[in-house]
Design a protein around this ligand. Structure first.
Ligand code: SF4
Length: 287
């Protein structure tokens, strides 16, 4: 899946008359020397693991620090009982993002796409859509190829780890991947997929990595909600015909530059940002 740029992938799509997801799958099969069908089955396994993880959420569990765990259940109950501000569908997206973030904090099985900290963004956007609408499973697996291809380009040009580039590299990349993936599901062109990703990444550029006590709990779990909602907004903008004035590859390069300039206290060291707040310091003392 190792395209060095979206431009390179788009050129192949045009040259061979294939969709972006197919270009990613062909590259994966070629690079790992496996059949296309084997690559597909592995991706189907990832999809199933995402579905299972959301279903296995347990609202009675708390993380070892006691900071997070029940948020997914609270959001679900609120959605069922009250009139939400964001509407029922978006509340489902938010609840699923929280469930996955809590699952990770509570050591349950998740799919780290692109990372464990950002594991809620992609399933919140894709699984919610799959369960709400009558979409063939094949379309969702194609969408995972779209996400994987975008993630690989970001990894090749910048980074995916908060310790390397701040949370923009984790939640930001997860959001960009999810925006591109759902744009594909909704019938977006390769250009629209790239625009959706570029807009999602730009919206979260500069986001710092500041986990309280160095634990992937606060602010991480709730940031998955931000990433998911941002992805949906970016995809809708792209599908509306709104373009990104800055091409995706240049947005990724800008993200790398911002990450390189970011102070080390804001790169998963648990020193700066909300990790440096008074309350965070009190929490850490009690651990
Ligand atoms: S704050 Fe850091 S650890 Fe938490 S999700 Fe973002 S990048 Fe990951």
């Amino acid at each position: 899946m190792s395209y060095q740029s979206m431009e390179e992938a788009q050129e192949r799509c045009k040259r061979e008359g294939i969709e972006f997801w197919k270009a990613v799958q062909l590259e994966d099969a070629d690079e790992r020397d496996v059949k296309e069908t084997d690559s597909w089955e592995q991706m189907r396994g990832m999809w199933q693991a995402m579905l299972d993880s959301i279903d296995n959420y347990d609202p009675s569990l708390m993380s070892r620090s006691g900071l997070v765990g029940k948020e997914g259940g609270l959001m679900e109950a609120y959605r069922e009982e009250k009139d939400t501000l964001c509407g029922d569908y978006m509340a489902k997206v938010m609840a699923n993002a929280l469930k996955m973030g809590c699952n990770n904090a509570c050591m349950k099985r998740i799919v780290a796409a692109p990372t464990a900290g950002a594991c809620g963004v992609l399933p919140a956007v894709l699984v919610t859509y799959f369960r709400e609408y009558d979409v063939p499973e094949e379309k969702m697996i194609e969408a995972l190829y779209v996400a994987a291809g975008i993630g690989q380009i970001i990894a090749n040009r910048a980074y995916l780890a908060g310790a390397s580039g701040g949370c923009q590299a984790e939640i930001g990349s997860g959001s960009g991947m999810a925006a591109a993936a759902i744009c594909h599901v909704k019938g977006g062109s390769t250009e629209q997929i790239a625009a959706a990703c570029a807009m999602a990444l730009k919206n979260l550029m500069g986001l710092v990595c500041d986990p309280v006590g160095g634990l992937v709990e606060v602010p991480c779990v709730k940031r998955n909600v931000g990433g998911a909602v941002n992805a949906m907004a970016a995809a809708d903008m792209a599908l509306a015909g709104i373009i990104s004035q800055i091409p995706l590859d240049q947005v990724i390069d800008a993200m790398k530059e911002v990450g390189d300039r970011m102070d080390v206290s804001l790169k998963e060291t648990g020193i700066g940002g909300v990790a440096g707040s008074l309350r965070a310091q009190e929490v850490v003392k009690k651990m």
